[in-house]
Design a protein around this ligand. Structure first.
Ligand code: THU
Length: 146
């Protein structure tokens, strides 16, 4: 579970999870029918939502987490505190905790520190938290280029 570094109020955690569940409703997943929503929290307290967006050419699909991060970065945001993620089959509530894929973890690393929090949620009341350091140990980042 999340390390000592970043701490968040319970109410804010829940709000972030709620926004991820909301974002999931606008995911575009006509091929896998697996809908994912993400909500990204900046250090200044702003929240950016993203949903997965699929494509008939499957390689062009983009995950919910990256859509949220890229959206925020393109708005000028650079410092992030946490992300909440919720995924499950279309028309159903999430059955399992949806962990970010490897590419999304790498994208998180570009804009977050080891204490960045990742909430994986099945519902507003059922979620777990991890730090990026836990989910991407020994990751490659800008500081690795020396
Ligand atoms: N997906 C995400 O949105 N986030 C992840 O971390 C893993 C996978 C999406 C991509 C694709 O649209 C669908 O889930 C099935 O892989």
């Amino acid at each position: 579970m999340g390390q000592d570094g970043n701490k968040m109020e319970k109410a804010l955690e829940k709000k972030l999870v709620k926004e991820a569940l909301e974002a999931r409703k606008r995911s575009y997943a006509p091929y896998s029918h697996y809908q994912v929503g993400a909500a990204l929290l900046t250090w200044e307290g702003r929240i950016y939502q993203g949903g997965n967006v699929e494509n008939a050419s499957y390689g062009a699909c983009c995950c919910a987490e990256r859509n949220a991060i890229f959206r925020a970065v393109n708005e000028g945001e650079r410092r992030f505190l946490a992300i909440a993620v919720a995924g499950g089959m279309e028309g159903e509530a999430p059955r399992e905790y949806a962990f970010p894929c490897g590419i999304c973890r790498q994208v998180m690393k570009e804009f977050a520190d080891e204490d960045f929090l990742i909430f994986v949620a099945r519902s507003e009341d059922d979620y777990k938290s991890y730090s990026l350091g836990e989910l991407l140990p020994y990751g490659f980042g800008g500081n690795s280029i020396i």
